[in-house]
Structures are given as C-alpha cells and as structure tokens.
Design a protein around this ligand. Sequence first.
Ligand code: NAP
Length: 303
Amino acid sequence: MPEVESDVSPPLTVAVVGPGAIGTVVAAALHERGLVPQLYGRTARESLALIADGDRIIVPGPVLTDPELVTDRVDLVFLAVKATQIADAAPWLAALCGPGTIVCVLQNGVEQVSSVAPFANGAQVLPAVVWFPAQAQPDGAVWLRAPARLTVPDVDAARRVADALRGTRCSVDLSPEFASVAWRKLMQNAAAGLMAVTGRRSGVFRRPDVARLTVAYLRECLAVARAEGALLGDEVPEEILAKFQSAPEDLGTSILADREGGRPLEWDIRNGVISRLARAHDIPTPISDVVGVLLAATSDGPG
Ligand SMILES: NC(=O)c1ccc[n+]([C@@H]2O[C@H](COP(=O)([O-])OP(=O)(O)OC[C@H]3O[C@@H](n4cnc5c(N)ncnc54)[C@H](OP(=O)(O)O)[C@@H]3O)[C@@H](O)[C@H]2O)c1
C-alpha cells in the first residue's frame, strides 16, 4: 500500500457522485488520504469496498440516494456516473455545486466540460482521462485491476484535485497537452467499439479484415482529432491496433460489457462524437458514420 501523508491542508469537502467502479477507486483513495468523501449514488449502500493489491479497503458510507439530503455545497466533486447518466445526476450537481466548486469528471470522451457544465451551477468543470480498469464484482466490491492513474489538464483547478489525491493509490498527472491525451484515449475507445459491434473481445482485432477496418476507422478519427487541436502523429492508428492485437484474446471493454448486460451504451461520447465533430469541420467519415449507426441501434433499439 502506498504511503499516505497524514495531514491534509487545507481540509476539503469532497463528494463522489456515482460510486460505481471508477467512483469507488477514487473514494477509497480519498478515504486513505484521510478525507471523508460524501457518497451519492443511485443504489443505497452502507459502505463501499475496493479490492486492490491484495487489500480490501472499506470506505464508510452511507451512499445516499436522495439529493434533498445534501445540506451544503462542497469544494470538490468527483462525478463518476456514466456519460449516459449525466442528466439523471443533475440534481446532485445542483445541490453540491456553486461557483467555488470544482467538478472533476471521471468519464470517457472529450466532451466532459460541455456535457456537465450546464448542470454544474457555476462550478468549474475539469475533465479527466481515466487510465485504469476497475470492475464491479458479484458481491458489490470493486476490483482495481491495474495501478490507478488520472490525467487532467495543467490548470489551477487540477492542482486541487492532485492535492486531494496526493500520496494515494490514485496518481494524478497534469498535462499541458491534455487535448492530445484525451483524443488518443478516445481513439482507443472508438476502436474498442468494434468489439461491441461484433460481440467479440480483443482477439477479433487479429483478423486481417478487422485490422484493416480498424486502421481506416482510426485514420478518420485522427483527422477529426487534429481538426479539434490534438497533436497526434500518423503512427497512432497502427499503434492502437497493435495494442489490441497484443492484448489477451479474451480482454473485453466496458462498452462490450454494457452490451452483454443489456445496458445503454456510451456510444455517442465514444463513437458518435467523431462523426458529429467531423461534420463541423467538413471531414468525411464514412466508416465512423456506419459504426455510429450500428452502435446506436445496438444500444437503443427498438427491436
Ligand atoms: N470501469 C472502468 O474500468 C473504466 C475505465 C476507464 C473509463 N471508464 C469510464 O468511467 C465512467 C464511469 O464508469 P464506471 O465503469 O465506473 O461505471 P459504473 O460502474 O456503472 O458506475 C456508475 C455509477 O453511477 C451510479 N449512478 C447512476 N445514475 C446515477 C444517478 N442519477 N445519481 C447518482 N449515481 C448514479 C451507478 O449506480 P448503480 O450502482 O445503481 O448502477 C453506478 O454506481 C464511464 O464514462 C466509463 O466509460 C470506466
């Protein structure tokens, strides 16, 4: 277990909204830091449990489920609901946020600020790239499967987030090139969407036809990423493909897990976004357009 500094100065009031897989990891890190995260979710629970590095960390609850029980605004909110759940979580943000609050959004995508700011009551919204895999277990505990790491933009608000998590098992990188980092992660997520289209795991990228399709799709994504200001080289599509091809054949992705679980897919923020933004830049994205339609239909039906 990492060494944790014992004093936290100045003391922060911190809330985690959406204490699922990712929210539990951050809540446990805050708890280890000596902070007392307020937990707000959809399912009432007495506590959270994180399994990491052979430890089982219990984060005292309760997880409250009624936004009317919030008594005060807080300094820092970690928002870890899925992107499809932001509007439903809006009452939490209304109760917890004011102009002095920072909302750190722990979600995939490149649109965290524009999607959360309308609900944030004047708070500053800070996007984060989440690099770690965390999985809910049948008993409700969350299994952290790799070192926890976040990347945030190198701005003042990010220092508050880094301070809150300093010395914990969740490291925070401040990046002056955040847009590039976020777009690279988005391209990885976009390609992973092909697992949800095919209903297959990483092994599917070893098929030569899927490999060619993936690179062509990622070249479209790259053009859009660059038009949006990301600095990414020509090699990125092949690098992302190579990563999937060298992964264990049975490695999945959360959008595939959501498909298998019959839950709504985060298709719009992971895949649909590419065609949406491409239109604004007049960039043709024929592959992205097809992938987006197939994922939208897979997610939302009807039928
Ligand atoms: N898990 C990963 O390994 C991973 C890795 C990188 C990025 N991400 C991204 O991180 C984000 C969070 O993913 P996740 O895997 O942590 O999802 P998750 O496990 O489904 O967690 C979401 C949590 O939000 C709760 N919630 C739903 N609606 C709510 C509402 N209206 N108010 C308060 N809480 C609400 C859910 O409650 P219930 O328990 O009732 O469902 C659940 O506890 C996603 O954008 C995902 O793509 C995840």
